[in-house]
Design a protein around this ligand. Structure first.
Ligand SMILES: [Zn+2]
Length: 132
């Protein structure tokens, strides 16, 4: 379980910060790809009969795939981070995001660093099923 291992290694707050940073880096990649696609389409439009137009179509197609992957990655990272964050408050004392990871399974067992209360946080497949 990748999120559980990373949360155990870095702590929830640093893990969450890293997820947001990586997610927005993917969003910026997506937006830059969109600009490249628009510029590529414009250059193709002016020389539709040239052999370079075919090469530009192929280039735009590849950049489009990168753009689509970046957008999906951005959405996945932010959705997962928000879902895990919604389970990260201690039910006993209300402390948010300060816990130690006890088990790195599909349902991550954690212990509050303030009051030692234990609870489970779904990650991976269990996370998706708990939100359905
Ligand atoms: Zn607590």
């Amino acid at each position: 379980m990748e999120p559980a291992h990373s949360i155990g290694k870095f702590g929830f707050r640093r893990w969450y910060e890293r997820q947001l940073t990586e997610g927005f880096a993917w969003l910026i990649t997506c937006l830059l790809c969109a600009v490249v696609i628009a510029a590529g389409i414009e250059s193709v439009w002016s020389q539709l009969t040239s052999w370079r137009a075919l090469a530009m179509f192929a280039f735009v197609y590849v950049v489009g795939l990168i753009c689509w992957f970046a957008l999906r990655r951005f959405i996945m990272l932010l959705t997962r981070a928000e879902r895990i964050a919604s389970h990260s408050s201690c039910e006993s004392c209300g402390t948010n995001g300060r816990y130690a990871v006890l088990s790195e399974t599909a349902t991550m067992r954690v212990r509050c660093r303030k009051c030692a209360h234990e609870w489970t946080i779904p990650v991976g497949e269990a996370l998706v099923k708990s939100q359905a």
